[in-house]
Structure formats: structure tokens, C-alpha cells
Ligand binder design. Structure first.
Ligand SMILES: [Zn+2]
Length: 169
């Protein structure tokens, strides 16, 4: 079992020490993920390695692992999705030239300063990794009228659309 990840870190200090960091963030503590999942049990496991670039910019790379408890948008049954997004960020402090250089080197430039919100960075990466439209693979789905393609009435916005139609009549 991994220990908790610190909410804030000092990337300069960690990069100078070439620190490795392992930790977990409970999904329940990530307020922007909660509304997107069926239930917020489980934890995101994070492995990070900090390094200083040749020009003195602290970088972090690593991987997040998370089983997202979602809802299939075709059959509305539970759907567990394994996510393992990779993370490559550079703490450029908003310097434009440094930002461009880091981007060219394959790192996502971030503004941080001495106090960087690690939880926020991890949450952003998970949000990017979540699918727009989560569904079981064809043949596994519980839906009787399976067509292999999402029907408009299965969209999460169908309730909204129905409401709009009712209000017009
Ligand atoms: Zn399904």
C-alpha cells in the first residue's frame, strides 16, 4: 500500500536531489474527477522521478495508475477502465523561452514556483486520460439492442434534450 502523496511539492529541491516519489491520491480527494465517475472509491497510484535539465529547469516524469469506476453509456452498467497516463512536466515558472524549449524537448511546461500543487497536476492528467464516451467493447455490453455505435438517446445529455422537448410542447 502506497502512502499519501504530498499535496504541494518544491520541484527545485526535489530535482536537485534527483528524488523519486511514490504515493497515492484517493479519487474522493479529487473534486473534479468525482462528478465524472460512478463512484469515487479507489486511489490513483503515482510514481514520479524528478531531474534537473541541463539549463536548470526542474522536470518530473512518471506514470499514474487508476481504475476509474465509470458507467457504460450504451447499457448503463458499471464499467471499470484501467488508466495509466504518463506524465512529463517541466516547472518553467512561466518563462516563455524556457517554456518553448521544454515543449520542444517533450515536456509540458508548467508554472509553479516554490509551491507546486502536485494533486492538481495529477488531477489534470487523469481528466485528460478519461474518455469522452466510455463504453464496453462490442460483444461484452449488456445492451440488448447493441448496434456497436452509441445511439443519441444513450448520450448523457438525452435527459436534458427530453426536458427541452417537453418545455417546447
Ligand atoms: Zn455496456
Amino acid at each position: 500500500m502506497l502512502g499519501p502523496l504530498p499535496e504541494f511539492v518544491d520541484p527545485f529541491r526535489l530535482a536537485r536531489r534527483q528524488a523519486r516519489m511514490n504515493g497515492a491520491i484517493p479519487v474522493a480527494e479529487m473534486s473534479r474527477i468525482g462528478p465524472l465517475v460512478r463512484d469515487d472509491s479507489g486511489v490513483a497510484e503515482v510514481v514520479l522521478r524528478f531531474r534537473m535539465s541541463a539549463s536548470g529547469v526542474p522536470r518530473a516524469e512518471g506514470r499514474i495508475r487508476l481504475t476509474a469506476h465509470l458507467t457504460c453509456q450504451r447499457c448503463l452498467a458499471p464499467l471499470d477502465l484501467e488508466l495509466a497516463p504518463e506524465l512529463r512536466v517541466a516547472f518553467t515558472d512561466g518563462g516563455e523561452a524556457a517554456g518553448r524549449a521544454e515543449l520542444a524537448a517533450g515536456y509540458e511546461p508548467l508554472e509553479g514556483g516554490g509551491r507546486t500543487g502536485l494533486t492538481t497536476i495529477i488531477e489534470d492528467e487523469i481528466l485528460l486520460a478519461l474518455p469522452d464516451f466510455s463504453m464496453h467493447p462490442p460483444g461484452v455490453c449488456n445492451s440488448a439492442g447493441e448496434t456497436g455505435a452509441p445511439r443519441p438517446e444513450d448520450s448523457p445529455f438525452s435527459g436534458l434534450r427530453a426536458q427541452l422537448q417537453r418545455s417546447r410542447t
